[in-house]
Design a protein around this ligand. Structure first.
Ligand code: NAP
Length: 298
C-alpha cells in the first residue's frame, strides 16, 4: 500500500479563504480584525514563526501589530504590555510567541491575556471551555488536526485514535477534541511513561505524533491502513541543505507511507493548518466583539 499524502497547504488555503471572506464583511462594516503578535527576544525559530504569522495576516487583509521586545524585558513589563493590549479596543487577538526567555513565567503571562482575546487558546479559561464544550477559542494546532480529518472525511466515529505526546499545547487538547461527541474517537494518550509504545501505535486507526522526536514512529509501528498525522517539527543536521539542517517530523515518512492510508508530510502537513486556525480565531474574535457577544467566550 502507498499512502495518500495529505496536502495541508491546500486544506489550509480553503480555511484561509473563508477567513478572508469574513474579514471582507467585517471591513465593510468598519471593523479591521487585528492580532497583536508579541515576540520577546530573538530566538531564530520564533522569529521565523512570527514572520510567517504576520505574512499570513497581511494576506488575509487583517492587521498585524508587531511588538518585538528585547530578551531583557521583565515579566512585569510584559504583563503591563498585555494589560494595555487587553484594554485596546482596536486589538481583537493577542498572541505571545512561546517559548519566553527563562526569567519570565509563561503561565503568568498566559493568565494575563483577556480570554476574549486569547486566540491561541492557551488561557485556563479557554482550556476549561474546551474541556466542558462551552464556546471559546480552541488551540490552533489541535483544532487544525481535527479540521484536517473532517475535510478529508477520514472516519473518526468509533475509531481508535492514538496520540503520542501529552503537552498542554498539542497532545492533551488534541486527545480532548478527538473524544468530543462530534469526533467520537476512542483515545489513547502515550508519553515517555508508556510501556511498549509500538503495542499502542499498532492499534491506532488514527495515529497522531506530537512528541518532538525525529522519526520516532516507523512503519512497523503503524497499523496497515491507518491515517497518520505528524505534528512533529524537528531540525536535523543536513550538510547538503542550504541552512545546514532540514525539517523532519516524528514519523519516518518513507516506511510509514508504505503502510498508512493517509499521511501528512513535514513540512506541508499540519504546519499550514496551525496558521489557518489562528487567522480563523482572530476573525472570530473580531466578529464576536462587533456583535457585542464577548461574554459568550468568557
Ligand atoms: P513537548 O512539550 O516537548 O511535548 C512532547 C510530548 O511528547 C511529551 O508529552 C513527551 O512525554 C512526549 N514524548 C517525547 N518523547 C517521547 C517518546 N520517546 N515516547 C513517547 N512520548 C514521548 O512538545 P510539543 O510542544 O507538544 O510539540 C511536539 C512536536 O510538535 C514538536 O516537534 C513541535 O515542534 C511540534 N509542533 C508543531 C506545530 C505545528 O504547527 N505543526 C505546533 C506545535 C508543536 P512526557 O510528557 O512524558 O515528557
Amino acid at each position: 500500500m502507498s499512502a495518500i499524502i495529505i496536502d495541508g497547504k491546500e486544506i489550509a488555503r480553503r480555511v484561509r479563504e473563508d477567513s478572508a471572506a469574513r474579514t471582507r464583511t467585517l471591513r465593510a462594516s468598519g471593523v479591521e480584525p487585528c492580532l497583536a503578535v508579541v515576540l520577546v527576544g530573538e530566538d531564530p525559530a520564533s522569529v521565523s514563526y512570527v514572520t510567517g504569522k504576520e505574512k499570513a495576516l497581511a494576506e488575509a487583509a487583517m492587521v498585524g501589530r508587531d511588538l518585538r521586545l528585547p530578551a531583557s524585558t521583565s515579566e512585569t513589563e510584559l504583563i503591563d504590555l498585555i494589560g494595555a493590549l487587553n484594554a485596546d479596543p482596536a486589538v481583537h487577538g493577542i498572541l505571545v510567541q512561546l517559548p519566553l526567555p527563562k526569567h519570565i513565567r509563561e503561565d503568568r503571562v498566559i493568565m494575563a491575556i483577556d480570554p476574549a482575546k486569547d486566540v491561541d487558546g492557551f488561557h485556563p479559561v479557554s482550556v476549561g471551555n474546551m474541556v466542558i464544550g462551552t464556546p471559546g477559542f480552541l488551540p490552533c494546532t489541535p483544532h487544525g488536526v481535527i479540521v484536517m480529518l473532517k475535510e478529508l472525511k477520514i472516519p473518526t466515529d468509533g475509531a481508535h485514535a492514538v496520540v503520542v505526546g501529552r503537552s498542554n499545547i498539542v497532545g492533551k487538547p488534541l486527545a480532548n477534541l478527538l473524544a468530543r461527541r462530534d469526533v467520537n474517537a476512542t483515545v489513547t494518550v502515550c508519553h515517555t511513561g508508556t510501556r511498549n509504545l509500538a503495542e499502542h501505535t499498532r492499534r491506532a486507526d488514527i495515529l497522531i505524533a506530537a512528541a518532538g522526536r525525529p522519526r520516532l514512529l516507523t512503519g512497523d509501528m503503524v497499523k496497515p491502513g491507518a491515517a497518520v498525522i505528524d505534528v512533529g517539527v524537528n531540525r536535523v543536521e543536513d550538510a547538503s541543505a542550504k541552512k545546514g539542517y532540514r525539517l523532519v517530523g516524528d514519523v519516518d515518512f518513507a516506511s510509514a507511507s508504505e503502510v498508512a492510508s493517509y499521511i501528512t508530510p513535514v513540512p506541508g502537513g499540519v504546519g499550514p493548518m496551525t496558521i489557518a486556525m489562528l487567522l480563523r480565531n482572530v476573525v472570530e474574535a473580531a466578529e464576536l466583539r462587533s456583535a457585542g457577544a464577548e461574554r459568550t467566550i468568557r
